[in-house]
Design a protein around this ligand. Structure first.
Ligand code: GTP
Ligand code: MG
Length: 201
């Protein structure tokens, strides 16, 4: 797929403020700093479309980007950032979960996971919640450039084994590096397929 056009639409504080739900939508979720905004920039080949930062907690709102005038990519705030109050954490979680549950045109959620670490409770709980809510998702492992090939394989195997403990069927998984543009073609192809499957009025 060629991305001819990628434009920022708006930032929203809640689902009811999001732009018109008349076209398919795909959201990027995951821990703070995992690389959600960077992945959106890598996929769209626009360095500064989504705002990124070395410090966690950069994205704080629901950000819509419209691609080729026909579908949305959504950059969400991260979860699990330690240096915010308990109340803020709860508010953010509420905002993200509420958006994910209510958004009618949401076709798929991309759950981003840093492959350098062992499976983390917070990510597994989030994935479990998506399953309970029957929200379709796939997994994108990020920052692959920080690991060697063997380690990428073995860490992915650990992840698969962990998920196989509670899932009969494993979700689709991608390996990515925004720094080295790894995974771009595969993820765009997947988005193309999903867009084709959607019978959107
Ligand atoms: P929040 O908005 O705070 O939730 O973070 P985010 O998930 O949007 O992460 P962001 O894209 O802002 O990236 C966080 C940091 O990780 C930045 O310093 C990026 O440069 C870095 N980063 C993102 N993707 C990659 C990657 O593929 N490889 C490497 N080495 N660094 C990356
Ligand atoms: Mg971000």
């Amino acid at each position: 797929m060629e991305i001819k056009k990628a434009e920022f639409v708006k930032s929203s504080t809640k689902e009811s403020d999001c732009p018109d739900a008349s076209i398919p939508e795909y959201a990027f979720v995951g821990r703070s700093n995992v690389g959600k905004s960077s992945l959106i920039n890598m996929l769209t080949s626009r360095k500064k479309l989504a705002k990124t930062s070395a410090r966690p907690g950069k994205t704080q709102l629901i950000n819509h980007f419209i691609i080729n005038d026909s579908w949305y990519l959504v950059d969400l705030p991260g979860y699990g950032w330690a240096r915010v109050s308990k109340k803020s954490k709860e508010d953010w979680k509420q905002m993200i979960n509420d958006y994910l549950k209510r958004r009618k045109n949401l076709i798929n959620v991309f759950v981003l996971i840093d492959l350098r670490h062992e499976p983390q409770k917070i990510d597994l709980e989030f994935i479990h919640w998506l399953g309970e809510e029957e929200i379709p998702f796939c997994i994108v492992f990020t920052k692959a450039d920080k690991l060697g090939k063997t380690q990428i394989q073995s860490n992915q195997t650990i992840y698969k084994k962990t998920l196989a403990g509670s899932w009969e069927e494993l979700p689709r998984m991608f390996i990515s590096s925004s720094e080295q543009k790894v995974g771009r073609e595969e993820i765009l192809e997947y988005l193309t397929d999903l867009n084709k499957q959607v019978n959107w009025e």
